[in-house]
Design a protein around this ligand. Structure first.
Ligand code: BES
Ligand code: MN
Ligand code: ZN
Length: 484
């Protein structure tokens, strides 16, 4: 479901309390910087308690995420004043502050907020992302706040935050959707809807088209499922043309059982989000027109279900990928790289991009190495890597660069194919080995690979993240594609 909370700027100079009074808001929020007390001057109404005393009483530090409440009289109504900490005022702190407010405002219809000093877009983004809700069946007891009025004249910042947050919410929705309702064709249908809504080009290759064109990785991985694979291709072309073409490739495994190399239940139960990266690519494409991006972008989503059945691929199978390179399947649970190989080879051979970036929940090893916050970045081009690192930092979706260790390349040698899909020499470094496999198919163009197995999911509501799918990658890629 899209984010329910509507957010609007109110740059008319009226005090927040007055707006709240006029608009019937139940909550008024003002920022608290660490050290100096909440500046409620200009609020337009007076709280019954001195905010400084309240802060001292609670020993509040003004840290991002802190929210203190005290009752407030608005005309003849009871309302609440929320004092929210802003920490160091960095975009990350403001996202956290906004999200904390959103959580505190759950169940209410209207909040009026005095924004903190600093980036109003980060604050608004936090508010919206913290309001994200996904449920199946009955509505949650406390729904997200209905409306937020932010007292800022910076309409553009709020507009951008809305577009970005809605894109993140779309990516979260796609990934949170249970897999019984979510096969490759379902995902392709959503892509067609996105294309229609945003005015993108779209082409869906079904299993027949994939067979005719030699997409052996997608076909082989998808062979175990009654729901056949799809290659989704979305295209965005800015008005007036562009001098750069970026191809984004997303892993779209709609459920990863492991295949015949079956996963244990505990590892399998989160695998509806194994298409999180593909969903992120779709959501990014969907948002590019509204953000008026100046670069041409093609989004490829390699969608298949890695199922366990009599028609499933078998360890020892050999795949002929798009363009003819072959791989030996030694573990059917290393399926992501098999479908990505097709898409990467296709991008290189047919799309003539200036750079290629693939995103995938590819290896448990990346999660072990970096935990749940950082995506693992591999790149053949330092300039591209640096731009991605900077975009991740700015967007609050951090990346950490990892090495493509040439010495390990023999680890994926195969006697019967060009490359093996798992490593056999005991080098370890599972995320690196997967990246080396992908590199074989990426060609000579600048290429980057984001292994997001860790940050694609959150184990709890935390800052702007919500439990389950996080939409990781959307903010990062939108930042990359809309800044020079
Ligand atoms: N989708 C998984 C990777 C994954 C693991 C994502 C945990 C999110 C959380 C991927 O397809 C996979 O199963 N990878 C294997 C590779 C191995 C067989 C070489 C893995 O990481 O165990
Ligand atoms: Mn797998
Ligand atoms: Zn997988």
């Amino acid at each position: 479901m899209p984010i329910r909370t509507r957010i609007s700027p109110a740059g008319d100079g009226r005090p927040a309390g007055e707006i709240a009074l006029a608009e019937g808001a139940e909550l008024v929020a003002v920022p608290v910087r660490p050290g100096p007390e909440a500046d409620v001057a200009g609020l337009g109404v007076s709280p019954p308690v001195d905010p400084a005393e309240l802060l001292a009483f609670h020993d509040a530090k003004g840290e991002a995420g802190e929210v203190l409440a005290c009752p407030l009289r608005l005309g003849d109504r009871t309302a609440e004043l929320l004092l929210y900490g802003v920490g160091d005022g960095s975009p990350g702190a403001l996202r956290r502050a906004g999200a904390a407010l959103a959580r505190r405002a759950k169940g209410r219809e209207h909040l009026v907020a005095v924004p903190p000093e600093g980036d109003p877009a980060a604050f608004a983004e936090g508010l919206l992302l913290g309001s994200y809700e996904f449920w199946i069946g009955e509505e949650p007891r406390k729904r997200a706040v209905g409306a937020v009025t932010v007292r800022t004249a910076d309409r553009a910042a709020v507009d951008r935050a809305v577009i970005v947050a809605q894109a993140v919410a779309q990516a979260r929705d796609l990934a949170n959707q249970p897999s019984t309702d979510k096969g490759p064709a379902w995902l392709a249908d959503r892509a067609v809807e996105f294309a229609e809504a945003a005015g993108l080009g779209v082409r869906i290759r079904d299993e027949n088209a994939l067979r005719a064109e030699g997409f052996g990785g997608l076909l082989t991985v998808g062979a175990g499922s009654p729901r056949p694979p799809r290659l989704i291709e979305l295209t965005y072309e800015p008005e007036g043309g562009a001098d750069r073409h970026v191809v984004l490739v997303g892993k779209g495994i709609t459920f990863d059982s492991g295949g015949l190399s079956l996963k244990p239940t505990d590892n399998m139960k989160t695998m509806k989000t194994d298409m999180a990266a593909g969903g992120a690519v779709m959501a990014v494409l969907r948002a590019l027109p509204a953000l008026n991006a100046r670069v041409r972008v093609t989004g490829l989503v390699a969608a298949a279900e890695n199922a366990f059945s009599g028609s499933a691929m078998r360890p020892s199978d050999v795949i002929s990928h798009y363009g003819g390179k072959t791989s030996e399947v030694l573990n059917t649970d290393a399926e992501g790289r098999l479908v990505l190989a097709d898409a990467l080879a296709y991008a290189d051979a047919d799309l003539d991009p200036d750079e290629v970036i693939d995103v995938a929940t590819l290896t448990g090893a990346a999660k072990v190495a970096l935990g749940l916050r950082h995506g693992a970045l591999f790149a053949t081009d330092d300039a591209l890597a640096d731009r991605l690192l900077a975009a991740g930092e700015a967007a609050g979706e951090p990346l950490w660069r990892m090495p493509l260790v040439d010495d390990y390349r023999p680890g994926i040698d195969s006697e019967v194919a060009d490359v093996a899909n798992i490593e056999r020499r005991g080098y370890g470094g599972g995320a690196i080995m997967a990246a080396l496999f992908l590199r074989e198919f990426a060609g000579k163009r600048p290429w980057a690979h984001l292994d997001i197995a860790g940050p694609a999911r959150s184990t709890s509501d935390e800052a702007e993240l919500t439990k389950g799918a996080t939409g990781y990658g959307v903010r990062l890629l939108l930042t990359l594609l809309t800044t020079a």
